[in-house]
Design a protein around this ligand. Structure first.
Ligand SMILES: Nc1ncnc2c1ncn2[C@@H]1O[C@H](COP(=O)(O)OP(=O)(O)OP(=O)(O)O)[C@@H](O)[C@H]1O
Ligand SMILES: [Mg+2]
Length: 346
């Protein structure tokens, strides 16, 4: 069943078109992640779904209900913000129950739902505390708990983990994944974090300038990006893009499509060896050792900057001459418009 449908959705602020016609169908129980450069409209789109922002044109369905003109509280969605927005003068219990109280849910029912959410989020022992007495991760869990008690059809998360330190982020990321597995509620999640997007999503929506560039599973976007923008947006460090003729140097077996203008190769798919007969030639200009891998910056013989990931062996010393090779299957081809073109069958 479709949980959510966006049909040619648009948003205009004064004279600026911020969302310029978004079509999207989200299935019941799906975990959908919105990514895209800062300012592309992720938060605006989320706020339009939640009802915090009105819709300039187009249609928004939640289930089979057209909700364009339905007020936020009646849409069956709950939003979790980056700034947890907890009430400082209320305990965890009262923060979580506040929305229910406003909606005049009877005290016993409120109590039951808060206790249930607290158990799910392991907040049982903290119900009497005030937000100032909690860690960042605990506060974020209270904010999620406040969303859970309303028993929404759809959860909306706007960068919920970006205020947390690296270790806590990783921890909360797995907690959110576990929560989704348990509740099986439809979730839409905005993040700048590649790993969060790739690990959490059933479906990633790549936005740019108020339009959808591509929708697909993390694997589809990584393995078959539909255009150069998505190719370079998904994956970190980002995909190298070279003139198409570099393909046969990288891989003698490459069947380069005649319409290919450029070839993309991910840093993790390049092999760096010492000078040899085969391969794209270059010189190492910088080595960034990070522990498990080294980011090797190379300038090709025709002055293209290329990034490779390797294990930091002897051959990649600064200034050394190297050869780059890749498997033909890891090359991505794009035409003049930047659209993906399939590799020619051999
Ligand atoms: N109330 C408003 N009035 C005018 N312009 C706005 C308003 N809110 C947002 N915008 C503009 O709309 C565009 C999209 O903003 P939005 O907050 O949705 O971006 P975002 O993708 O969430 O970015 P970020 O990743 O930085 O959070 C931006 O150019 C922003 O300046
Ligand atoms: Mg935002």
């Amino acid at each position: 069943m479709t949980a959510l449908a966006l049909k040619n959705l648009k948003k205009r602020f004064a004279s600026t078109d911020v969302i310029r016609g978004v079509d999207l169908a989200i299935d019941d129980g799906e975990f959908v992640v919105f990514v895209g450069p800062s300012g592309c409209g992720k938060s605006t789109l989320l706020r339009m779904i939640s009802g915090l922002e009105d819709i300039t044109s187009g249609e928004l369905y939640i289930g089979d209900r057209l909700v364009n003109d339905v007020q936020a509280a009646r849409r069956g969605v709950a939003m979790v913000f980056q700034s947890y927005a907890l009430y400082p003068h209320l305990t965890v219990r009262d923060n979580m129950g506040f929305g229910l109280k406003v909606r005049k849910v009877p005290a016993a029912e409120r109590e039951r739902r808060v206790n249930e959410a607290a158990a799910t989020l392991k907040l049982d022992a903290l119900l009497h505390r005030y937000p100032r007495e909690l860690s960042g991760g605990q506060r974020q869990r209270v904010a999620i708990g406040r969303a859970i008690v309303g028993n929404p059809e759809v959860f909306l998360f706007d960068e919920p983990l970006s205020n947390l330190d690296a270790e806590l982020r990783v921890h909360m990321r797995s907690e959110i994944a576990a929560l989704h597995n348990r509740l099986k509620t439809t979730m839409i999640y905005v993040t700048h974090d590649q790993i969060e997007a790739m690990t959490l999503a059933d479906k990633i929506v790549v936005l740019r300038d108020g339009l959808v560039e591509q929708v697909g599973s993390p694997r589809e976007l990584y393995e078959r990006p539909g255009n150069l923008f998505v190719a370079q947006f998904i994956g970190s460090p980002k995909m190298n893009v070279l003139p198409a003729q570099a393909a046969t140097h990288l891989s003698p077996a490459a069947q380069v499509p005649s319409s290919a203008e450029s070839v993309g190769i991910r840093p993790e798919h390049l092999s760096v060896t010492g000078p040899s007969e085969v391969g794209l030639r270059g010189k190492v200009t910088l080595n960034e050792y990070t522990g498990a891998v080294t980011l090797t910056h190379i300038q090709s013989s025709d002055a293209q900057p290329i990034l490779a990931l390797d294990d930091g062996r002897e051959v990649t010393r600064l200034g050394s001459d190297v050869c780059l090779t890749a498997e033909a299957g890891n090359l991505h081809y794009f035409d003049k418009q930047g659209l993906r073109v399939a590799a020619d069958a051999a």
